[in-house]
Design a protein around this ligand. Structure first.
Ligand code: ADP
Length: 249
């Protein structure tokens, strides 16, 4: 479903991804862990076309999203537009439209991007808001909701285009501790109840262990260890993974 082949990303002299090879199979739930600055978010941003690689190839669901030689300028392609409609992303800072209600946030893309009739989009959106436990708050604006509730609206919004891939970028890191559990419950339900491919950048190690088919440890722009949670958390092969887990657990 997702493949990075020989992908390098540099910001000026700073190499953030270094000849990265990394794949995710259809339906797989993969967590990316690793120290701050190791390139985890950059991977998600390249998939969302919010960032272009410096060189290398990225494929999503059979489409070539990026194929760049060093020095080659990226350009907008039909594959990018197709891919954007197949991927949903949940950001650290929710990124909801502040002037719209929860319901309006969720129906925005189906109505304005996909051209769905408003009544149909509204009925699907209410089901999604119900799924994230917020149907009673559908008419509230983000400012009237807690951070955890806002993040659950953001998950419903990302789901509204029925994406084949969901990306989560540290979805609970901006939340007060008591609100983390509710958001993790929603993500856990999605992981267990859908065949969507899920890629999650997280510092919630226990959660990663519980929901992932695979965990990938990043360090300095490379995937240094990749395996089932039992290996990564129980018996890591790399000293750097041991050190990292020792520091965060
Ligand atoms: P992580 O998610 O693992 O914390 P990121 O992918 O966010 O790491 O960032 C990797 C490195 O790239 C960091 O050192 C960050 O400062 C740098 N970086 C990210 N975005 C930019 C940018 N737009 N310009 C310059 N440097 C950036």
């Amino acid at each position: 479903m997702i493949s990075f082949s020989n992908v390098t990303k540099a910001f000026g002299q700073h190499v953030v991804l270094n000849e990265l090879d990394f794949t995710v199979a259809p339906g797989e739930k993969v967590s990316i862990i690793g120290p701050s600055g190791s390139g985890k978010t950059t991977i998600l941003r390249i998939l969302m076309t919010l960032e272009s690689p410096t060189s290398g190839q990225v494929r999503v669901d059979g489409d070539e999203l990026w194929n760049l030689r060093a020095g080659q300028k990226p350009r907008e392609t039909a594959a990018m537009r197709r891919t954007r409609s197949r991927i949903g992303m949940v950001f650290q800072q929710f990124n909801l439209f502040p002037h719209m209600t929860a319901l309006e946030n969720v129906i925005e893309a189906p109505v304005h991007v996909q051209g769905k009739p408003k009544a149909e989009a509204t009925s699907s959106a209410m089901e999604l808001l119900e799924m994230v436990g917020l149907s009673e708050h559908a008419r509230k604006r983000p400012g009237q909701l807690s951070g955890g509730q806002q993040q659950r609206v953001a998950i419903a919004r990302a789901m509204a285009l029925q994406p084949r891939v969901m990306l989560f970028d540290e979805p609970t890191s901006a939340l007060d501790p008591e609100l983390v559990g509710g958001v993790l419950n929603v993500i856990r339900d999605l992981a267990h109840s859908t065949d969507m491919t899920m890629l999650l950048v997280t510092h919630e190690m226990r959660f990663a262990q519980e929901i992932s088919d695979r965990v990938v440890m990043f360090d300095h722009g490379a995937a240094i260890e990749d395996g089932p949670p039992s290996q990564i958390f129980g018996n890591p092969t790399q000293e750097r993974t041991r050190q990292f887990l020792h520091a965060v657990l």
